[in-house]
Design a protein around this ligand. Structure first.
Ligand code: SF4
Ligand code: SF4
Length: 452
């Protein structure tokens, strides 16, 4: 029996915990209708990592859709199995890419998760999300405190003090082991002091950089590289001084908070748009970018916010898709990167359909050093906090990714999302230390030159 139990779906006292409708490729649907679009053809089975690794129907896309349907009909006999099916979904979206009806299984599984008692509902999770939402400076102080304890070799003390719990997910205790260094100045602190990125005095800008939590709090060098790459290739821009996109709250059962994060970002966008006109909002973690592109879905049923969310979502772009390949050339330094390959982050390829653009840029920079990665769009097992909450499954998925990387003999693996960076580098360090994963922006910053 799972430690979680299914509570109820769309219960009378929990309406705010659920989306009103899902925006699917076939139109706007209720959860029941969306899950019913699955005709159980099984066409997606071979791309679902959890099914392929276990052969278990209950943890395939078809099984998950079926569970949610049965739960809604009140016919699920074993709610422990349903909870396991929903919690083990990577939300990678590979099934939707393969599905003719484009059934949004990841969204359906998430809706199911929101009914699981206790999921993302602990006192500390709530406190963490609310602190990040309403007092991000206090969140920053706590995070730095944890980093300092880690630097002093006292990471365990942080665990005992409950600091990881405070920061949201107890699994952060494991996450900190995977991240090898500690940033004591977060990207947002640096970028908002950069006069070149300030909106003050500007009447127009081609882009606004959105700093997702990963590049902001864990990999500030990625955020700074993105800002430099955007300036070099697209011209003048600004730092949007955003809030968290809300993905963490969305994925861990706090939909009301996800909406509040989204509203803050939409308001900030509208405020800047009033003085700068149209610009693209560009982020550098594909999970967060893909989520922001679906902001409208958070507000179905809210006629005031829905069009504003849709307008914001339309302006959002991923750094992976924004740099035109024909405008990029390689600096000679690219030779030092050795054999170069590219891992498609799930929320880039399945979530946003981005495959061609980063590949074209990278192939141009890599020249003869380019190798295509077999199963490049197969999840690496990072999937946000999945690596820590479902570590056995995550490790098995990672093993397959590492084997594929080794087959290319790559020295450099380019990725576009924070959790892929953590997960793949953690695996490479242990199993294949001659290779390193590097973010697309850092690679472009180091090796890409602008033409014209
Ligand atoms: S999710 Fe799509 S591809 Fe998979 S079983 Fe259902 S209908 Fe078939
Ligand atoms: S989102 Fe990924 S893990 Fe979940 S059912 Fe689809 S393919 Fe499987």
């Amino acid at each position: 029996m799972s430690k979680y139990e299914i509570n109820e779906l769309y219960g009378s006292d929990s309406e705010d915990r659920h989306l009103k409708t899902l925006l699917t490729d076939l139109g706007e649907r209720t959860l029941y209708d969306a899950a019913s679009q699955c005709n159980r053809c099984g066409y997606c089975e071979t791309v679902c990592p959890t099914y392929m690794l276990t052969g278990r129907e209950t943890i395939s896309a078809r099984g998950r859709n079926q569970f949610v349907r049965l739960l809604l009909e009140g016919k699920a006999k074993n709610t422990g199995n349903a909870a396991e099916a929903l919690n083990t979904c990577l939300l990678c979206g590979a099934c939707t890419s393969a599905c003719y009806a484009k059934v949004p299984t990841a969204d359906i599984a998430l809706e199911g998760r929101r009914s699981i008692t206790g999921y993302g509902n602990s006192f500390f999770s709530k406190l963490a999300v609310e602190t990040l939402l309403n007092a991000p400076h206090i969140f920053s102080i706590w995070l730095k405190f944890v980093y300092i304890l880690k630097y002093l070799g006292l990471a365990r003390l942080a665990g005992w003090l409950g600091l990881y719990d405070f920061l949201g997910i107890p699994a952060l205790a494991d996450a900190q082991k995977a991240v090898g260094k500690i940033p004591l100045r977060f990207a947002s602190e640096i970028l908002k002091k950069d006069p070149a990125l300030s909106a003050r005095g500007k009447t127009g800008a081609a882009w606004a950089y959105f700093a997702p939590c990963g590049p902001n709090y864990i990999f500030p060098e990625v955020a700074l590289a993105t800002a430099r790459v955007l300036t070099k290739h697209l011209g003048e821009g600004v730092f949007i001084e955003n809030s968290c996109c809300g993905l963490l709250a969305n994925n861990y059962g706090r939909l009301e908070d996800a909406r509040e994060f989204a509203k803050k970002n939409i308001l900030r966008y509208e405020e800047l748009k009033a003085s700068l006109g149209d610009f693209a909002v560009i982020g550098d973690c594909s999970s967060c970018v893909a989520f922001m592109k679906t902001y409208e879905q958070l507000f179905t049923g809210d006629e005031a916010w829905r069009p504003r969310a849709a307008a914001f979502a339309k302006a959002v772009k991923d750094i992976l898709e924004i740099i035109p390949p024909e405008k990029v050339t390689s600096s000679e330094k690219a030779q030092s990167a050795g054999i170069i390959t590219y891992h498609d982050s799930c929320r880039a390829c399945h979530g946003q359909g981005i495959r061609y653009e980063p590949r074209s840029v990278l192939k141009k920079l890599a020249g003869q050093q380019w190798r295509e990665l077999p199963e490049s769009d197969w999840c690496c097992g990072g999937a946000g906090a999945y690596a820590f909450t479902q570590s056995a499954m995550s490790n098995a998925i990672l093993k397959r990714k590492l084997k594929n990387i080794a087959s290319t003999q790559a020295k450099t693996v380019v990725v576009g999302a924070t959790s892929c960076l953590i997960q793949i580098n953690g695996g490479l360090k242990a199993a294949y230390p001659t290779a390193t994963a590097i973010h697309y922006s850092v690679f472009l910053d180091k090796f890409g030159e602008r033409i014209g």
